[in-house]
Unconditional design. Structure first.
Length: 737
């Protein structure tokens, strides 16, 4: 007889013989609770012996129904062995949970890195579901779309992943995630990035994604969506991003794509590709978000890039417009002047809005289902490039001149942002190459037409000046600096400056100075000879004399966070210095991001939000550590210095007061050198620079005071009653500093 349910088990226990009772069974297994030593572990009754009791023999090899498991376990508790049953059940459950978490983490990593094979295996084996959600409340489809992996997106869609379920925290769809991710700086491989994201968007739309799906909360910029200048500030200066919020709540993917195209220096700045792709597949530019803003109203400013404005002003992007865009791009790339003239004539017969859109159009706007595999680009094609960018890259002077005269956007090339000037510069040869004249003429015409070289690539940090400098073409370099207003000292992400690239390419050589912000060559040396240098006592100080601490930062009633205060040096790290240590500590970055997001939601302004966060940290610091000196109104010297690893860092030192001796400058410099792992010879340079900076500040302060006294004397001469108390005078002086 096989026990199938709890009721049969209960009946067997009730009708058992008199010599078999629950009390006897408990007594039999009483030693389980008493003897817990490891030495007698094997002597104790084991779980498998439990089933040898006559009453429960029939339960051996039995498979009870699932509905009766809990009741059977309660009955087993009456006769002993409940603890073992519970432990076994908990072990099985924990094993299942840990295995599920492990599979989910593998799937997340596969979606992040684009490992479609591993992801497909997990989905086929049902080790993870296609609708699984991470601890950050993001679906696997959202992660794959954000990171731009078409094969992973396709695998999830084939397994019936919900196409509009993305990031639950902001109510963001996978389509919106793909738009945000396309503008982010993810990884270091840039080849084919634009094509990958285009196919991700196409796959999502083909699967039924709603192009007008609204996000429920404000869209915050990810840490990776930065321009080259913001990247420098975050890496070297340890400053936060300039603008935190991309767009307000209730925004569609078209709102997000437009806002990203208007963020200077980010990948799709000034590029209309994603906007045209969304509009081609049904995105409505008349939908308003929570701020009563439409995608079209975002481009109402006169400084909006022409190509972005043209992509939104056109009523509809129909098949004829797409055909003209493709024909025009091919003619520009292949230098077919007759075909170019014919296409331009046909385009001019369209409406003025359609003509401007065709003039700045991109490829890949055909309707229909996208192929399952990304096809290779044609020989003449450059992904997401405008007609002008293609003509500049191929060196077709006549076509480029005609496009400029027709009114195309001379600053819109392809995502990067890579303007047409960079496209032409990348095709240049070394100085003296016979193919250079045509590209030189194109660059000259672009500069005369108003092309600017102040936008560096978010992918490499390079501008057109970097490219031309590396070719060693000095006349063109000087033209860009003079007329194109290019920056000679702007670094790319490898640390190369155009001025030195030109010197290396021409063989003239250049002396690189680590301190770019401070000219130290004119500052007199503090010690005139070796005797003085030896006479100065060496400073022996501990790295830190105050250990770690924790402060509670209160931004609002809802948000209270504990931040770690790293070890600091008393007398050097006052309020500003300690705050910088807190905000740069890797352990605090996630919490500071939460503070910034909450501040943006509260103030609706990124500058006010950053001030709110710093004030909250300062308040918490002064409350926890009243001994700290409030130096927020003091002047600070800033300088860029390379550390021993060759990476540039920002040095920030408080200026000397009139009562402080010059030797204190050297002490502070040595502390900074040890803390930031700087070369040992940087201490003397920093000390000299700090002394010079402090003297200049003291002189300018004296000028302010004398000017203030002159104004008050003149007012009193005119007869105005001008009486100030000492405290009022000091407050005015503080404001003038």
């Amino acid at each position: 007889m096989t026990i199938k349910n709890a009721y049969e088990l209960q009946r067997i226990i009730i009708v058992a013989g008199r010599n078999v009772r629950t009390k006897q069974l408990r007594k039999y297994f009483k030693s389980r609770a008493k003897d817990k030593s490891e030495a007698n572990k094997l002597k104790r009754p084991q779980m498998h012996e439990f089933w040898s009791v006559p009453v429960l023999t029939r339960l051996n090899d039995a498979h009870p129904e699932k509905a009766s498991l809990k009741r059977i376990q309660r009955l087993l508790a009456m006769v002993g062995g409940a603890a073992d049953v519970r432990k076994q059940r908990e072990a099985e459950e924990s094993l299942e949970v840990s295995k599920a978490l492990e599979n989910l983490n593998i799937a997340i990593e596969a979606c992040t890195k684009g490992d479609a094979g591993t992801l497909s295996t997990l989905l086929v084996n049902k080790s993870v579901t296609s609708d699984a959600v991470t601890q950050k409340s993001q679906s696997l489809l959202y992660i794959a779309a954000y990171n731009g992996h078409p094969a992973c997106v396709q695998a999830l869609l084939d397994n019936k992943a919900k196409v509009d379920v993305g990031d639950h925290t902001v109510g963001c769809s996978p389509l919106a995630g793909a738009v945000i991710g396309s503008n982010a700086r993810i990884g270091n491989v840039w080849k084919g990035v634009s094509e990958r994201y285009r196919f991700v968007i196409r796959y999502l739309i083909d699967a039924g994604a709603n192009p007008n799906y609204k996000c429920t909360r404000t869209i915050i910029r990810p840490r990776e969506m930065v321009s080259a200048s913001e990247h420098d500030e975050m890496e070297n200066h340890r400053r936060p991003m300039g603008k935190l919020a991309i767009i307000g709540s209730g925004s569609t993917p078209l709102h997000i794509a437009t806002a990203c195209a208007l963020l200077p220096g980010t990948r799709y700045y000034g590029c209309p590709e994603i906007i045209l792709l969304l509009r081609r597949h049904g995105a409505d530019y008349h939908i308003t978000n929570g701020d009563d803003t439409t995608a079209l109203s975002l481009v109402s400013d006169p400084s909006t890039p022409k190509a972005v404005k043209a992509a939104l002003e056109i009523d509809t992007v129909d098949d004829k417009d797409v055909s003209l865009i493709n024909d025009l791009r091919q003619a520009c790339a292949m230098g077919e002047t007759a075909k170019f003239a014919k296409v331009m004539s046909m385009a001019q017969k369209q409406s003025s809005k359609a003509f401007r859109c065709i003039l700045n159009g991109v490829g890949g706007l055909e309707k229909g289902f996208a192929p399952r595999e990304m096809p290779p680009l044609q020989a003449w094609e450059i992904a997401a490039a405008t007609p002008l960018a293609l003509a500049c890259a191929k060196g077709h002077v006549k076509i480029a001149r005609a496009l400029i005269e027709a009114g195309c956007d001379v600053n819109c090339g392809r995502p990067g942002p890579t303007n047409p000037m960079v496209c032409a510069g990348q095709s240049l040869g070394k100085h003296g190459d016979p193919k250079n004249p045509s590209f030189t003429e194109i660059i000259t015409r672009l500069i005369k037409a108003g092309a600017r070289d102040n936008i560096r690539s978010a992918e490499t940090g390079q501008s057109a000046l970097h490219v031309i400098a590396s070719r060693g073409i000095k006349p063109l370099y000087q033209l860009l600096v003079k007329d194109g207003k290019a920056d000679e000292l702007a670094k790319d992400f490898r640390g190369h400056v155009p001025k030195f690239l030109l010197a290396e390419a021409t063989g003239e050589g250049a002396q690189r100075d680590n301190l770019h912000d401070i000219d130290v060559k004119d500052i007199p040396d503090m010690r005139h000879n070796a005797k003085d240098r030896e006479a100065v006592p060496k400073l022996n100080f501990a790295k830190t004399d105050v250990g770690e601490d924790v402060i509670e930062v209160i931004l609002s009633q809802k948000l209270k966070l504990d931040l770690i205060v790293p070890p600091r040096i008393s007398g050097v790290d006052e309020v500003v210095g300690t705050r910088d240590l807190i905000m740069s500590d890797p352990r605090n970055l996630d919490k500071i991001d939460k503070l910034r997001i909450e501040a943006v939601q509260k103030t609706k302004n990124s500058d006010d939000a950053e001030a709110l966060v710093t004030n909250a940290i300062d308040t918490a610091l002064m409350k926890k550590m009243p001994v700290l000196k409030d130096d927020r109104d003091a002047a600070f010297m800033k300088a860029k210095v390379k550390n021993n690893d060759g990476k540039p860092v920002l040095v920030k030192m408080r200026a000397l007061t009139p009562t402080e001796a010059p030797e204190i400058a050297l002490e502070r410099a040595q502390i900074i050198v040890e803390r930031l792992n700087l070369p040992s010879n940087a201490a003397s340079k920093l000390a000299k620079a700090l002394i010079s900076y402090s003297k200049k500040k003291e002189k300018s302060q004296k000028v302010c005071i004398s000017l203030f006294l002159s104004i008050t004397t003149y007012l009193m001469y005119l007869g105005y009653p001008f009486r100030l108390k000492c405290s009022q005078y000091e407050s005015i002086m503080l404001g003038m500093k």
